[in-house]
Write a protein that binds this ligand. Structure first.
Ligand SMILES: [Zn+2]
Ligand SMILES: [Zn+2]
Length: 894
């Protein structure tokens, strides 16, 4: 559909489509721009042009039109309080990884939160009406502009004001009235400054009018009124009209702050800290002039580098000023922006990789590193992440939970990039004048980023189309194909496996053709969610496959088909079903075990469950170590032993999302309104249509047989459960026995040590008291030997009941309470003798602990040392422990 045509039609009847009550009340006049002809509404009688063609465009830079100043997080608080005060529910942001839509990797607009695709239709599901949401959106199309134009971001907060015009909601008049009052009352912008421009929106078969609102030439928001469907002229009204007002929070902050760029006021203290570190000293008038020009003119140029050059000329910047001020600022802005995007994406479970949406994340991380290298910026990535999260958590407290995970993933991915550099260097050596397609190929097949090529002077600039082309290539997931069968007119099949689940039942044959049978009801599980179908018999014919076509179950038989209209007896192979079910439930258990052991980034990527084996693919950055596999398996089997009930409840999809979050979509998008939530208490909660055991114990045992990194960012766990696991164990018994004997011995040792430590901790005060009270002479308390004279005390032990922990803690307390005492603890560890020496304040004046340690170590055939109060030493000669003690004795009492 042609947007221009729709706009022409709507603008021709502006009273009907655009004129809202507010315009009448406030005396807004409708005008046409003398330069572009677009229609706009304004109170200011002197205004002759639309906001984009006015002289005052971007004049707020250096001269904000408001009395109040709000930075990024404050600006949201203002917006939120205004809408809540006016009857809206404030909804938490949805994940930036768009798990509820098959066609999007990332959330690109706030309205996407509430869109659910059913078949070919998009329906809206609102958790409240009306509502407002601070939705973080990711867009990777204009990456070359980020950091340069002062206003482009790879992630931004879209203030979403959404409403369905029913008894709870409102329509155009009230929407525009609210937006006007938000600007004028809450933000203190003068009424004359607020200009509305007529526009239209169309997409996905529906369309409607929209009013964009501008202040000082900046579009702050766009109120879209989606109300029609079909072709213009033959269109009809939508049953479900929707208001989709989206506004950029970054711009709200920027207009009240009037900083040279939006980057200066939207990353909290981050930008300024980085500027301080680099030591950029810039005249604010000069920056105001430069960034006003670039912001104002960017739309007039196809190429950002031409726009930049123009702004440099206009602001009268010298080459030196560009090198010392503009270029490093651009680097800092880019880094601040890209790190923020990574924080949101990784927190919501996305990993940098070479597939799907992970491409964009890897790309921006490599741009960060490339920029730091090129400009020789020595920033601490963890510090930037910390500062960002400290700032952002005022609006997004959930980021706190994944702070360390974000750092970990970025650090792993950065190391990987550093390691690949030498390989890239070789490839780069062979390249001359690459085209955009060459660049894309280089990135996709070899991971060579254009930033790296820029850094190594192979190209002078990154072509503008590079990022948009790459982002198009990786924007949407692939569509599934389905065989078409003649099933028209057949009713939905009644699914008995969601009810009583009888393994023998009678059913009526509604249709049979070729090798296919459709029944009115069935207990045969149809292939789905990675679960293989049931087998068995229908009227004596073998069932070899079962598939769902829409809501109709089609059985495939071998050897013949029953007649249509017949009532047939059916038998499900219950042994096979049992095996599959155990493997299926185990998938849930293993998925959550993996996430608990590895980290929050673990999601189910895909799964496959057969009668005697299964596999679970999870998102994870590296191949699994043996230790990780062992821990996952141990946790999974601990959950099996706990005998936790597996409960199934049906929920309205929206209610389930609000209650459990988007973690429920482990198996992908659920295309139905009512979702089946399968929970293993709060250990694992997923939306799932498969068959499950009633408790975890029924799974009996889970054994991971093999793991493998199958693609960048995805690890496969092959495993067996139930009978198959027992069979597996039998086969591996010999190996396992030795392994588990070692394991048991180690566990017993560890346990004993822990018990001892705990006992010793309790004993220390009592022992100290007793030792302090010992009289002159020689005595022994709990394996500790004590020699006391008038002015000195020497305590030692070589008992194997005491370990390093005891000697360090006990010795320290002992000499603190007895300043004339020397303590010496001797113990064996890893095949050598070790000694720990403490000397009290008075004792250390005669014998320094360090000297004692040296002397002991010499006897034992090793080395030692320390300070006058505390020292350590030791050596390999176990036969000389007594000699070593005697040596100390002679030193103390000489
Ligand atoms: Zn204009
Ligand atoms: Zn399941």
């Amino acid at each position: 559909m042609d947007k221009k045509e729709i706009l022409k039609t709507f603008s021709a009847d502006s009273d009907r489509y655009y004129k809202v009550k507010l315009f009448e009340e406030q005396g807004y006049e409708r005008k046409s721009c003398s330069r572009c002809g677009r229609f706009y509404w304004s109170i200011d009688s002197n205004r002759n042009n639309c906001p984009q063609h006015s002289d005052d465009t971007y004049s707020f830079i250096g001269n904000p039109p408001t009395q109040k100043r709000f930075d990024y997080t404050q600006a949201w608080k203002e917006v939120e309080s205004f809408f809540v005060k006016n009857g809206h529910t404030s909804v938490n942001r949805y994940p930036v990884v768009c798990r509820w839509r098959d066609d999007l990797y990332f959330t690109i607009a706030s309205i996407v939160d509430f869109q659910r695709v059913m078949g070919s239709q998009v329906v809206f599901e609102f958790p409240a009406n009306p509502l407002v949401v601070p939705q973080t959106c990711l867009r990777f199309k204009d990456l070359e502009n980020v950091g340069v134009t002062g206003k482009h971001f790879s992630s931004f907060c879209m203030i979403g004001q959404h409403c369905i015009p029913n008894s709870e909601g409102y329509w155009k008049d009230q929407c525009v009235d609210l937006d006007f009052r938000l600007l004028t009352e809450q933000f203190g912008i003068k009424k004359e400054e607020v200009v509305f421009v007529e526009d239209v929106w169309e997409g996905g078969g529906s369309f409607g009018s929209s009013l964009e609102f501008f202040v000082k030439g900046v579009e702050l928001g766009n109120a879209v009124f989606t109300e029609f469907q079909g072709e213009l002229g033959k269109h009809s009204e939508l049953e479900q009209k929707v208001i989709d007002m989206g506004a950029g929070l970054e711009r709200f902050a920027w207009i009240t702050m009037g900083t040279p760029t939006a980057y200066d006021c939207c990353f909290g203290p981050v930008t300024n800290q980085l500027i301080q570190k680099v030591g950029i000293d810039a005249d604010s008038n000069l920056l105001t002039k430069y960034y006003t020009t670039i912001a104002k003119n960017i739309e007039n140029y196809d190429d950002i580098f031409v726009a930049r050059k123009h702004a440099i000329e206009q602001a009268g910047l010298t080459e030196q000023q560009v090198d010392r001020i503009i270029t490093p600022l651009e680097g800092i802005y880019l880094i601040a922006d890209h790190v923020r995007t990574l924080i949101f994406a990784i927190s919501d479970g996305a990993l940098p990789s070479n597939v799907g949406g992970g491409y964009n994340l890897r790309m921006i991380l490599r741009r960060i590193i490339g920029t730091m290298d090129r400009l020789n910026l020595k920033f601490d990535m963890d510090e930037i992440i910390d500062t960002q999260i400290d700032y952002l958590k005022k609006t997004y407290p959930e980021l706190e939970e994944t702070r360390e995970d974000v750092k970990k993933i970025i650090s792993i991915e950065s190391d990987r990039y550093e390691n690949s550099k030498s390989r890239m260097q070789k490839i780069v050596g062979r390249i001359k004048d690459p085209s955009v397609d060459d660049l894309i190929r280089l990135y996709e097949s070899d991971g060579v980023t254009p930033d790296y090529l820029k850094e190594t002077n192979v190209i002078s600039e990154i072509p503008s189309e590079f990022y948009s082309k790459l982002s198009e290539l990786h924007q949407s997931a692939k569509k599934k194909e389905q065989v078409n069968l003649p099933l028209e007119g057949l009713p939905e099949t009644e699914l008995l496996y969601y009810g009583d689940d009888p393994k023998e039942f009678d059913a009526k044959v509604l249709k049979s053709f070729e090798k296919y049978v459709v029944l009115d009801r069935t207990s045969f599980y149809a292939r789905g969610g990675g679960q293989e179908p049931d087998h068995g018999k229908i009227a004596g014919f073998e069932v070899v496959d079962v598939n769902k076509h829409g809501s109709i179950v089609v059985h495939e038989t071998s050897g013949g088909i029953p007649k249509e209209g017949e009532t047939v007896s059916c038998v499900v192979d219950s042994k096979r079903r049992e095996g599959i079910t155990k493997h299926h439930t185990s998938t849930h258990i293993l998925n959550s075990s993996s996430r608990t052991v590895l980290g929050s980034w673990v999601w189910q990527h895909s799964a496959f469950k057969e009668v005697d084996h299964a596999r679970l693919d999870i998102t994870h950055h590296s191949a699994l170590t043996d230790d990780e596999v062992r821990k996952i398996e141990e946790l999974a089997n601990a959950k099996v032993k706990e005998n936790i009930p597996v409960t199934i409840e049906n929920f309205d999809r929206g209610a389930a999302e609000q209650k459990y979050g988007f973690r429920i979509y482990q198996g992908g998008v659920v295309p139905v309104k009512s979702v089946r939530i399968v929970s293993i208490e709060d250990f694992d909660v997923e939306a799932c249509g498969g068959t499950h055991t009633k408790t975890t114990k029924e799974v009996e045992l889970i054994k991971i047989s093999r793991t493998k990194r199958i693609q960048d960012g995805v690890v496969r766990l092959e495993f067996v459960a139930g009978d198959a696991a027992r069979e597996y164990v039998k086969q591996h018994e010999a190996d396992l026995e030795t392994a588990s004997a070692d394991q048991l011995a180690k566990e017993a040792r560890d346990k004993l040590r822990d018990i001892r430590k705990a006992e010793d901790r309790l004993k220390i005060p009592m022992l100290l008291k007793e030792i302090s009270q010992t009289l002159i002479g020689t005595t022994r308390l709990r394996d500790i030997e004590i020699i006391t004279t008038e002015s000195r005390k020497f305590c030692w032990t070589k008992s194997d009941r005491y370990d390093e922990y005891f000697h360090i803690n006990f010795g320290e307390k002992l000499v603190k309470a007895n300043s004339e005492a020397v303590y010496c603890g001797i113990f064996e560890e890893a095949g050598t003798v070790r000694a720990i020496i403490h000397a009290g304040e008075d004792a250390s004046k005669r014998n320094k602990a360090g000297d004692i340690a040296k002397a002991i170590s010499k006897v034992l055939g090793g080395a030692g040392g320390g300070n006058p109060r505390f020292a350590q030493g030791g050596g390999p000669d176990k036969s000389k422990k007594d000699e070593a003690i005697n040596k100390v004795k002679s030193m103390v009492f000489e």
